[in-house]
Design a protein around this ligand. Structure first.
Ligand SMILES: [Fe+2]
Ligand SMILES: [Fe+2]
Length: 139
């Protein structure tokens, strides 16, 4: 397999695991939040997690389509109960995801996969919207 393609698949696998771990964290964090601000954060996470599921599923399929194998590496979420800490954690992920998809879109372009580049750019757009919604709740 060509080196550039191998690096792209490796990167997509990293992105897929970041999404899978975020799905687990968002479900866990949304479940424990209480009170009125907690409720707002819970609603946001439950809405955004559906986008992350779509991203993870697409990435897993694409890794296989490119000749790779998805390698799942899960992490146990931190025992956080404070809505501000939950939002800070989510903001960190969304920022990393935007940077990751920007880099991956360039790698997709480099191997000539224009469809993948465009999908990854759309993912960066989703994560940017998530980031902005999180920043709004953080105030
Ligand atoms: Fe995502
Ligand atoms: Fe997101």
């Amino acid at each position: 397999m060509e080196e550039k393609l191998r690096e792209l698949i490796e990167g997509l696998n990293k992105d897929m695991n970041a999404e899978l771990n975020t799905i687990i964290r968002y479900i866990r964090h949304a479940a424990v939040l209480k009170g009125i601000p907690g409720h707002e954060v819970r609603e946001l996470l439950q809405k955004e997690v559906m986008d992350e599921v779509k991203h993870a599923m697409y990435l897993a399929d694409k890794i296989v389509a490119l000749g790779g194998t998805p390698k799942v590496e899960l992490e146990t979420p931190a025992e956080v109960f404070d809505w501000r800490e939950v939002l800070q954690d989510a903001l960190k992920f969304e920022l990393e995801a935007i940077a990751g998809y920007r880099e991956r879109a360039q790698q997709a372009e480099a191997v000539g996969d224009i469809g993948l580049r465009s999908t990854l750019e759309a993912f960066a757009e989703d994560e940017t919207r998530h980031k902005e919604e999180i920043e709004r709740l953080l105030g």
